[in-house]
Design a protein around this ligand. Structure first.
Ligand SMILES: Nc1ncnc2c1ncn2[C@@H]1O[C@H](COP(=O)(O)OP(=O)(O)OP(=O)(O)O)[C@@H](O)[C@H]1O
Ligand SMILES: [Mg+2]
Length: 471
């Protein structure tokens, strides 16, 4: 039997894995519950009993068990004094006086943690984005500490096991994709790659080589070309926008073509589909949750930190303290928009954040083939039926599109090439399906030079080809 080589694309939203036998490369099914099965949604659910569920079923488990359930929080005294607020709630009670414990203490706060009580489980999304955050080292889930590398490893492990079922042998060598820039900060960029390597090693990949994700997509296309070509890849996924320009010599064997290929430039920015979703939430949904409401006798504006917190649904539970809920109740009673504040309270109290975020993402996707759609969320006190038109969507994401375009221009500049010098521009990644992104690319390169590659698997398929030459 021919030796098989492995390429892994651990994505912010979807993970895929491809095998290459030296001649042919193909993405394997990773999640039979997902459509397409070749994409494993990069989701992890850890139940309170410690079970780990990945992929589409992780989302299903979270919705079935956690959503529509009253979140109860408990304050836990950590028994230590801290100088500043470090993710724990300061103890404001009169009973606690650190100066009584140590007379030298002038200012201290008692560290307290806010814990969710009786939660059936926790869902993690966009774990790849956490890889770059130095402050996110680990998280405690039902009394067990998980390093970020371990969380990522559960996803990689599922993919690796599927690959081993397919090949009937251990899969220990792989070419892994990485974005051009996990982060704009160099130190965070390095940290993220180190952590991804550790996660891969944790599940038994002994030999891991990293290649830029768009290079994978470029190779996937170029193995079939016969003539000399200069190609650009624009890969915009959930977390990052990645661009590369490569040159391939035509003719000859695939091996020679790959050996003589050159990467002329890469560029990228950590802004993609997740950022588009957040922009929709900010502009279209915040007002419906009372962001412009006034409250109290002085008609004060609502504190905006609440809304910054709900921008990422994974943070919403932190708002669910007794103090906050009581405050929201009082604000609602004196507000000029009580329905909005009631909806906000319901969102926080009943764990609807994920459903709202999912509906926003689904509406965004519908706009790729419909001119207009409604963002519809109807649960208890939340009754949203908000029209979103394609033109309006294009308008609200303008600044994000500019950042993506900057990466494209940067890649051209680094390669010393004008847009006209490129033979083809290959597009891949879910966010390249957004009509406004397509329009931006058409305007710069002309429709005739755009070639769309498989949205979710072209990167892994190309990385597996790279692997067949690297190992
Ligand atoms: N039809 C569509 N229209 C618009 N956006 C889409 C569509 N399908 C998927 N997306 C978006 O594309 C993103 C996921 O794309 P993809 O699977 O390529 O990302 P990823 O590879 O996981 O992420 P990254 O490469 O950034 O780490 C999500 O933000 C998703 O909402
Ligand atoms: Mg991707």
């Amino acid at each position: 039997m021919k030796r098989l080589f492995c390429g892994v694309d651990f994505g912010t939203t979807n993970t895929s894995l491809a095998l290459c036998d030296g001649a042919r490369s193909w993405a394997i099914p990773l999640d039979t519950h997902n459509d397409p099965a070749t994409s494993l949604p990069s989701l992890l659910y850890i139940s309170s009993e410690g079970d780990k569920i990945v992929g589409r079923q992780a989302a299903d488990a979270f919705i079935a068990r956690n959503v529509d359930r009253e979140v109860k929080l408990r304050q836990m005294d950590l028994g230590v004094d801290v100088e500043a607020y470090v993710g724990a709630e300061p103890d404001k009670s009169d009973a606690y006086n650190p100066a009584l414990v140590d007379t030298n203490v002038r200012h201290a706060m008692r560290a307290r943690a806010t814990l969710e009580v009786n939660s059936p489980g926790r869902l993690f999304q966009s774990l790849k984005t956490l890889l770059r955050q130095p402050s996110f080292k680990n998280t405690e889930v039902f009394g067990t500490k998980y390093q970020i590398e371990e969380l990522v490893a559960y996803i990689l492990d599922a993919a690796k096991k599927r690959a081993e079922a397919e090949t009937g042998a251990p899969v220990e060598h792989a070419v892994f994709g990485r974005p051009v820039r996990f982060s704009e900060e160099d130190a965070e960029n390095t940290l993220a790659e180190q952590r991804l390597r550790t996660a891969a090693e944790l599940v038994g990949f002994r030999d891991v080589v990293f290649f830029y994700e768009p290079v994978g997509a470029c190779v996937e296309y170029a193995i079939d070309i016969e003539d000399r070509q200069r190609l650009m890849v624009v890969d915009i996924g959930g977390g990052t926008c990645d661009v590369c320009i490569m040159e391939f010599q035509g003719g000859g064997a695939v091996t020679d073509r790959l050996a003589s290929s050159r990467i002329l430039s890469v560029a990228g920015t950590p802004v993609a589909g997740d950022a588009l979703d957040r922009e929709i939430i900010r502009t279209k949904l915040f007002p419906l949750f009372g962001s412009r409401a006034r409250y109290g006798p002085s008609k004060l504006p609502m504190p905006q930190h609440i809304y910054n917190q709900i921008l990422d649904w994974q943070n919403i539970y932190k708002l669910n303290t007794e103090d906050n809920i009581n405050w929201l109740l009082a604000a609602e009673a004196s507000s000029n928009y009580p329905e909005g504040l009631r909806a906000l309270r319901c969102l926080i109290r009943r764990n609807y954040g994920y459903l709202v975020a999912r509906e926003v993402e689904a509406a965004k996707k519908r706009l790729s083939h419909e001119e207009a759609t409604h963002i519809t969320v109807a649960h208890e006190d939340i009754a949203i039926e908000e029209l979103l038109e394609r033109d309006e969507f294009a308008h609200i994401i303008e600044t994000i599109l500019e950042r993506m375009l900057e990466s494209i221009v940067e890649a051209e500049t680094r390669a010393g090439l004008q847009p006209g010098a490129l033979d083809f521009v290959l597009t891949t990644g879910g966010t390249c399906l957004v009509p406004a992104v397509q329009a931006m690319l058409r305007e710069r390169f002309g429709a005739e030079r755009l070639r769309s590659r498989d949205t979710f698997t072209s990167v892994a398929t190309g990385l597996a080809v790279v692997a067949s030459h690297a190992f």
